[in-house]
Write a protein that binds this ligand. Structure first.
Ligand code: SF4
Length: 213
């Protein structure tokens, strides 16, 4: 990428970090994925139990090998072989873990975190419960405003996730949202964190790299 384009993205990232801080979140800028990786591991050192949301951003960072060698209790519901009841138990335990790792569907330049969930466990854990929540967002998640954030979710994040999860949904077939009434619909709970919730402890890493969707 050209230096000038990288600079443009950097300004967007820095503005978003400032806005998040103004909104009460702890927030930091990471120049690249490696910096983000290091900061996540720093946070992980202080935690015994770590909950991981299903996230392509976290997948891309390939955190699991290092977290496993650190001997942490890792709460993941996407491990093969788990029964629905076991997955549900993990979702509930994530609500009270020491550190909840997640990304966000979108983050606005004004410093709002915008997410749409099918079950609500992820947005629940982001809002209240874990001792600390660490949100990792690539520059591709930054949007001009709330309207653009919601548009991004319905036009990119949800269709891509629906396809990743092999859902029988219109958006997984055509790539376009039809505001479906499918029983498998993954857009059910829309949560906008305008400010950091009053009893939460949320840190957001804004990374100058495209990560996840
Ligand atoms: S509302 Fe339905 S079609 Fe639209 S993005 Fe969500 S799951 Fe896909």
């Amino acid at each position: 990428m050209s230096e000038n384009l990288n600079w443009c993205y950097e300004q967007k990232c820095l503005k978003t970090v400032k806005s998040l801080q103004r909104n009460g979140f702890e927030a930091a800028y990471c120049t690249d994925k490696e910096k983000a990786y290091g900061k996540i591991l720093e946070e992980a050192r202080n935690a015994n139990s770590i909950g991981l949301a299903g996230s392509m951003t976290l997948e891309e960072l390939q955190l699991m090998p290092e977290l496993m060698t650190m001997g942490k209790e890792l709460l993941r519901r996407d491990l093969p072989g788990l029964t629905p009841n076991e997955q549900d138990a993990i979702r509930r335990r994530q609500l009270t873990c020491d550190l909840f790792l997640t990304s966000t569907n979108a983050v606005t330049l004004a410093g709002q975190l915008v997410n749409v969930d099918g079950i609500g466990n992820r947005v629940g854990a982001m809002t209240f419960g874990p001792n600390k929540v660490l949100v990792v967002a690539g520059r591709n998640k930054i949007t001009e405003d709330l309207h653009a954030a919601l548009k991004r979710i319905k036009s990119i994040a949800a269709p891509a996730n629906a396809r990743r999860l092999n859902k029988s949904l219109p958006c997984a077939i055509t790539g376009f949202c039809t505001d479906c009434d499918s029983p498998e619909r993954i857009c059910r709970a829309t949560v906008i964190l305008d400010r950091m919730p009053s009893l939460s402890n949320i840190k957001v890493l804004i990374v100058n790299a495209d990560m996840g969707y």
